[in-house]
Design a protein around this ligand. Structure first.
Ligand code: SAM
Length: 421
């Protein structure tokens, strides 16, 4: 059948044939050309939420996966993964684009990012889905590119005859497109950037690891929200926000590119209560020479109180522009210089807590340090000091509103009984 078709077109025509097997009477095969179903998506559900998926013929997700759901186009191919049963079922087709609140009251409003779906042919089920998907390098909640979608279509059609060698090729071709969503307070990522386009400039001194900003905006904002970075350096925040569909304004004392506005972070030209999230990776003292601008706070030593006084002016501005209930993430590291340790992170946290309420503290593993050499490791052991191994990501929130009465909290701790011998 593929004898007269050029090699590049053979893959497409093979998929058409596979799809045809699922769609004997629904769609003419020609409809599934490359543009119509260039991508796929796996929604997740539990035993509790599955019923509503089929009742409404709507698949849905919470805000963590919002921008991926919003990327779903009419005609994309969809699957539903029941986490409790560990089963993936398909095939479905998007009947609408991904949208917010097609049925606002469904799932009690907990999963507002939704898409209307319809069945494509006879529904098939993949058992042990978690293991099988992981072996194919496929994650639910992420857009499946054409290569991954091909794998899944091949597998679901005939698991016994599935060619596992095709997986290796696909995984190596697919560079990590989105970082992992972190669920603990220890964050570690091997690279400064991810995906096909650069995020910030990894040659900029003190550039922020992009996955930190990615995790912050996923947790604390929704698509379309406004994020501000008052000390933007090479613009990592701008690039991450752009890709994730967030509005973003970046300021910097000495801008490195035209889409960053020149401004001193101690005086931000935005109105009160107008911003949905702020991310700052401030100087940690005078350890890095960013630029020679006279108002660069990175020229002040973190051993002096002046450094914290100037950062406190930035905090006050952040507090003013942030909407009540919204979050600020501040990345900061400690200093050990010439036999003196300065707990910069804790000192900054103390100042932050004068204005904001604490949300959490994340320990971010430091990678690519210039001191990460055998010589410095040896010195650290010989002269009895520690090399910096982590930074703090301090997460704080602007209070929703003054509450007159103290919160009543009843905590039920899990009781562990000692086993009596
Ligand atoms: C750690 S870097 C930020 C890195 C940035 N997030 C990135 O990924 O490239 C800190 C930045 O704060 C800037 N800065 C220092 N003082 C400032 C001030 N008063 N107002 C605005 N930016 C300032 C420095 O120029 C430097 O670029």
């Amino acid at each position: 059948m593929t004898r007269n078709i050029p090699k590049s077109k053979q893959k497409t025509s093979m998929i058409k044939e596979q799809t045809a097997m699922y769609t004997p009477s629904i769609q003419p095969v020609e409809k599934y050309n490359e543009e119509v179903y260039a991508k796929g998506y796996i929604f997740a559900c539990t035993n509790k939420t599955e019923r509503e998926c089929f009742e409404h013929m709507i698949f849905s997700s919470n805000k963590l996966y919002a921008e991926n759901v919003l990327r779903i186009a009419k005609g994309d191919l969809l699957f539903l993964f029941n986490i409790d049963k560990d089963q993936l079922c398909g095939l479905f087709k998007a009947k609408s684009e991904g949208k917010k609140n097609i049925i606002p009251e469904a799932w009690e409003g907990k999963y507002p990012y939704q898409v209307e779906v319809e069945k494509v042919g006879e529904i098939k089920i993949i058992k042990n889905a978690k293991k099988n998907l992981s072996q194919m390098g496929i994650n639910w909640g992420r857009i499946l590119n054409k290569g991954k979608l091909d794998l899944l279509l091949n597998y679901i059609q005939n698991p016994e005859k599935f060619d596992w060698n095709s997986v290796k090729k696909e995984i190596s071709a697919d560079e990590e497109e989105q970082p992992r969503l972190e669920s603990t307070t220890l964050w570690d990522h091997p690279k400064q950037s991810y995906g096909k386009t650069p995020k910030g400039n990894n040659r900029y001194p003190g550039v922020t690891p992009a996955f930190i900003i990615y995790n912050m905006i996923k947790r604390y904002t929704e698509p379309g929200d406004l994020v501000v970075d008052p000390m933007a350096g090479s613009g990592t925040t701008l690039d991450v926000c752009k890709e994730e569909g967030r509005k973003c304004i970046c300021y910097e004392i000495s801008p490195t590119r035209p889409d960053i506005i020149q401004n001193d972070a101690r005086n931000i030209p935005l109105s009160d209560n107008s911003v949905d999230m702020i991310f700052i990776d401030s100087p940690y003292g005078d350890n890095i020479r960013y630029n020679d601008h006279p108002d660069n706070i990175g020229k002040i030593s973190s051993e002096s109180e002046k450094f914290y006084d100037e950062l406190e002016k930035v905090m006050k501005e952040c507090y003013r522009i942030l909407r009540p209930g919204k979050v600020l993430g501040w990345l900061i590291g400690d200093q050990w210089v010439k036999k003196k340790f300065t707990p910069v992170g804790l000192k900054v946290y103390e100042r932050l807590c004068k204005y904001f309420e604490p949300v959490d503290i994340i320990c971010v593993v430091r990678r690519g340090q210039t001191s990460n050499t055998p010589l410095w490791h040896n010195r650290a052991l010989r002269f009895n000091f520690f090399l910096r191994g982590f930074k703090y990501l301090l997460i704080v929130r602007k209070q929703e509103q003054e509450s007159k009465e103290p919160l009543k909290r009843e905590v039920k701790w899990t009781q562990y009984e000692r086993i009596k011998k």
